[in-house]
Design a protein around this ligand. Sequence first.
Ligand SMILES: [Zn+2]
Length: 216
Amino acid sequence: MLRTFQPQTSRRSKGQLLVSLVSPKANPRLNKKTHLQLHQSLVGLPELTGRRIFIGFRPRLTAHRGQLLSGRPEHGASVHAACFIRKREIVLETELLSRPELLRRILIHEIFHFVWARLGNQFRHQFAELLIHEHKNRAKGELGESSSLKKSLLLPSDRLPGNPHRWRDYACESFCDTAAWVYAGLSEDGAFTLARRWRQHRKTWFQVTFANCCKC
Ligand SMILES: [Zn+2]
């Protein structure tokens, strides 16, 4: 049976933070400490509005042929988390509970995948314009491993208007990594390789765009 948890801020009235937690069968008891840890991970985010997002934990996650596996490390590449936009679910690796700073960063990254999905073309293009501007100025680096990887896969032609897939993937991961960097309040990290001036442009854009709330 699935157990659900609603933080105090997740009442159903409009404009409230609507993130609730569910523990999967594999991890039937999310204790109070875990609830608190997740709740603390969300402090400092702009107000989130939207339907509930369910958050669960499973041990030793890997991605294998488009599927998320747990406890089968011999199959696929290890991952810390996955999100399922239509199911409104985020699955986090149980091991993150002993690494609170990383948990916070990854949880925010995953939540912003939902924000990206509801951002709308106007704001997605605005954020992409920042990235294009960085590219034109030969800015190197990124603000997380996911976006660094996607950036490294880009071909020159991917950046042309009308081109698509890899560029969109990169823009999405860059958006989520930037959100985690902006809101997680992290100290310096080896994954933050983007120069300060470009970071500041992105941070300002997030602060202006999500000054009131953000839909997720
Ligand atoms: Zn991502």
